[in-house]
Design a protein around this ligand. Sequence first.
Ligand code: FA5
Length: 342
Amino acid sequence: MTDQSVEIAEITTEVDRLAAEAIAAAEGAASLAELKEIRGQHLGKKSPMGGFKAKLGSLDPEDRKVAGQALNEANRAVGDAFSTAESALGDAARRRQLETERLDLTEIRREAQRGHLHLVTQARYRLEDVFIAMGYQVAEGPEVETAWYNFEALNIPDWHPARGEFDTIFVNLGEPEEVMLRSHTSPVQIRTMENQEPPIYIVAPGRTFRTDTADATHLPAFNQIEGLVVDRGITMADLAGTIDAFIKAFFGAEVNTRLRPSYFPFTEPSAEFDISMPDGSWLELGGCGMVNPQVLANCGIDPEEWQGFAFGFGIDRLAVMRYGLDDIRELVNNDVRFLRQF
Ligand code: FA5
């Protein structure tokens, strides 16, 4: 073996050793930044591999070819190792980024509060349940009414002073009829009696409207529930007993009721009904009375044969009492922090 060939053998061995070292270093890199640094150390101009390139020039052509080939192969192998390491480290970095930026939707769902019915709706459904259990049916009517249903059939002709007390919101549709947003749920009494033969046992919950300014006890759009019974032999005692039964079912057995004489054109006699409060005072809830014989006659029902009672009260006011609220406007502010408590 000539000196030359010894030198070539040493060069290729050294090149292989350096290449193996560079490949091992690339595979061991922990990050893209570290890989870049390692690349500089092992492949840069000042690196041992780079130094061999410069050495090639001093070899004779035959040896230069052999050594050049070895160097090229080594460079390719090292280059491949760096590419593989680079893409693996890039993938890992992307995975880490996705992991930290991930939106865990399952977690959001777990933390989210489930919604529930508004407390006025809850009160309305509970009232309906109480009356359904007592054998009543639930009736509904339109929120926009004619003067016949809102007033006249209820024995409130246009000259009647009670007409003004309802603070009615009118809808200007021109002739021939006066049209309004219903100021109470009593029109549903008329619609039911016009369409149904007695015996009648219905409750009619729904929205009602008045020009009332919103304050602690009034809303311009509020909810009432109407009750109507038409049957044979109905007396004021049935009315008083019914009111007491549903109030006890709704509020609890400890709550009492009382009737106070009052006046409504559509009932005769008429009363306001109050419920007892824990402090011993009484709170007005609504109006009631025996259906005025004129109203039965207006609907084609013979008052000699049939008698009835009716009552109507505010569901919003009932919710205010039941949940101990200070102000009825809380019900419509739609502040979820308030509504969530119920
Ligand atoms: C009436 O509306 C009668 N139709 C009730 C009735 C029916 C009497 C059947 C006899 C027979 P009144 O105007 O008093 O009556 O209203 C009844 C209830 O509605 C009141 O007691 C109150 O609870 C509720 N209410 C009235 N105005 C408002 C308002 N602006 N905001 C909230 N609740 C109200």
